[in-house]
Design a protein around this ligand. Structure first.
Ligand code: PLP
Length: 537
């Protein structure tokens, strides 16, 4: 709606203002900002979880776009009446499911400015600021996290790029790793075969012959991004078993065993994903052991997925436990999401690699229309050559706004608060008769399970049933939102409840109130279980 209340269609017809110029939509813009502010003023009074039924919107919306443009006032009103009921409020203080996916007003305004200068930024020349701000932000973040200088864009060899998700980062790393492995393999061919491979890329028959044999490794705790990357690349994924006694972290000897078996069968280990902060329990894989195993496999590339926990490297006291030195020493690439715990709205996945040549060898395809004199001179980065897609979002603006407004100190304080909440909750759970902590508290994540204090030696199968019943009760509620998980190890299968703190709007009072809900549902489950048992006796 413009100052005269005209629709987009009417503006196109008259062209008296730029169709998207500032005076066209100022009242709609102010109204949008006001309604967003109102939303955050009252977010704590809403249910966390949407309670609409599947198909609610499909049944309500017209089945085709309107023929004529509609007034923006009506469109904005429909956002409130149709879309809001179907929103689960991830910024709600009692949202403790999955991991936080935080947004802040700095990030939202960054998105707004970014979309106001919308452009696909694939080459430096498309919008030099897009590329150069991203280079600087990736170096700011690398320094704040304590990553080695090899990852810095300013090194001229390594560098960082903002991608859409940790899954995309892992797939990107896997594609770069495949290319590196192919180069290394073709170099080791007989001179006659190697002669056929002169030129930068590996000939298709040789590529096919090798890629069929390539294997990706992770653990049973690796996020599904590992199996997905393998699926997309037409390769196998090995989920190496972990042990409960190692707190579900991947150990070097377990990886070595699986790799040795594969090599005996003629397979080629080429990509290993180690995790810092697994999704189920926040486990940290033993990166030094893994790195040492990989020394025997020149085709193998180590990617560290720290999608959630990686931002916590901003806290120097946590670097040792999160094995930062090992990431710096052994990893070829590293990813953490600013869009999880890092105060920056989705999407903002930060991906670094020690040798940017691994990316350009995999992704640089340059037809004449994509050439520019700056690119030809090699004086600029064209991020299209570092990623799968051509076009890209101008994501660095929101990160720039966040880092400048919070500063390193504010960023650290935010993380420290989430960790403090988790430690306080851990003390509460330790004092409770009906619950136990399953794995050591990891940053702002606590994994607990219901137990029966009257039967302290209950087997896992019984406890698993109790915990499934607990989760079913919690899942039926809309005032809290939590996630269940199953921790699989060589010893056992344990059903438990994840409590993911660290939301920017969450206070200790919210944590306590969520805990009271969990405790009270736990009591109900135990009562029902005991009365059922009595009936059966
Ligand atoms: C350890 C880990 N890796 C990767 C992901 C996936 O992140 P994305 O949605 O950015 O692909 C998650 C999601 O929670 C995660 O916990």
């Amino acid at each position: 709606m413009d100052i005269e209340g005209r629709t987009g269609l009417e503006r196109l017809a008259s062209r008296s203002h730029p169709v998207c110029g500032p005076d066209c939509s100022s009242s709609a813009g102010y109204a949008a900002i006001n309604s967003i502010c109102d939303y955050y003023q009252s977010i704590q009074d809403r249910p966390v979880k949407s309670d609409v039924k599947p198909g609610y919107l499909l049944e309500t919306l017209p089945d085709a776009a309107p023929t004529d443009g509609e007034p923006f006032e009506k469109i904005a009103a429909d956002f409130q009446s149709l879309i809001m009921p179907g929103i689960t409020h991830w910024q709600h203080p009692k949202f403790m499911a999955y991991f936080p996916a935080i947004s802040t007003y700095e990030s939202m305004l960054g998105e707004l400015y970014s979309s106001s200068v919308s452009n696909p930024g694939f080459n430096w020349i498309c919008s030099p600021a897009c590329t150069e701000l991203e280079q600087v932000m990736m170096d700011w973040m690398a320094k704040m996290l304590g990553l080695s200088d090899e990852y810095l864009t300013i090194s001229g060899v390594g560098g960082g790029i903002i991608l859409g998700s940790a899954s995309e980062s892992a797939l990107t790393a896997a594609m770069a790793a495949r290319e590196r492995a192919l180069h290394r393999l073709t170099r080791s061919l007989s001179p006659a075969d190697a002669a056929q491979t002169s030129g930068s890329s590996t000939p298709i028959p040789i590529r096919e012959q090798y890629t069929q044999k390539m294997v990706i490794y992770g653990s049973t705790q690796t996020h599904s991004l590992g199996a997905k990357a393998a699926l997309l690349l037409g390769m196998q994924f090995r989920a190496v078993p972990v042990s409960r006694s190692d707190d579900y972290s991947l150990r070097g000897h377990a990886l070595r065993e699986v790799m040795e078996r594969d090599v005996k069968e003629g397979l080629i280990p080429f990509f290993v994903i180690a995790t810092v902060g697994t999704t189920s329990s926040g486990a940290v894989d033993n990166i030094a052991e893994i790195g040492k195993v990989l020394k025997a496999y020149p085709t193998a590339f180590l990617h560290v997925d720290a999608a959630w926990a990686g931002v916590a490297y901003a806290l120097p006291d946590h670097r040792k436990a999160l094995r930062l030195d090992d990431v710096n020493q052994f990893a070829d690439s590293f990813c953490t999401n600013a869009h999880k715990w890092g105060l920056t709205g989705f999407d903002c996945s930060l991906f670094w690699i020690k040798d940017r040549g691994n990316l350009t060898e995999a992704f640089d395809v340059t037809p004449a229309f994509l050439r520019s004199k700056e690119s030809d001179a090699g004086s600029v980065i064209d991020y299209r050559n570092w990623q799968i897609a051509l076009g890209r979002r101008f994501r660095s603006i929101k990160l720039w706004f966040v880092l400048r407004s919070f500063g390193v100190t504010g960023f650290q304080q935010h993380l420290a608060e989430g960790i403090e909440h988790c430690q306080q909750l851990a003390s509460i759970v330790n004092a409770s008769a009906n619950f136990e902590i399953v794995t050591p508290p990891s940053l702002a994540l606590l994994v607990v399970r219901l137990r029966d204090p009257l039967a302290p030696n209950s087997p896992d199968e019984v406890l698993n049933r109790l915990n499934q019943a607990l989760y079913a009760r919690l899942d039926a509620r809309h005032d809290v939102m939590l996630t269940q998980t199953v921790l699989k190890s060589v010893e056992s299968e344990v059903h438990c409840l994840r409590i993911a703190m660290g939301g920017v709007n969450t206070t200790m009072k919210d944590v306590q109130e969520v805990w009271e809900v969990i405790e009270s549902e736990g009591r109900q489950v135990l009562e029902e279980y005991r009365s059922q048992r009595e009936l059966n006796v």
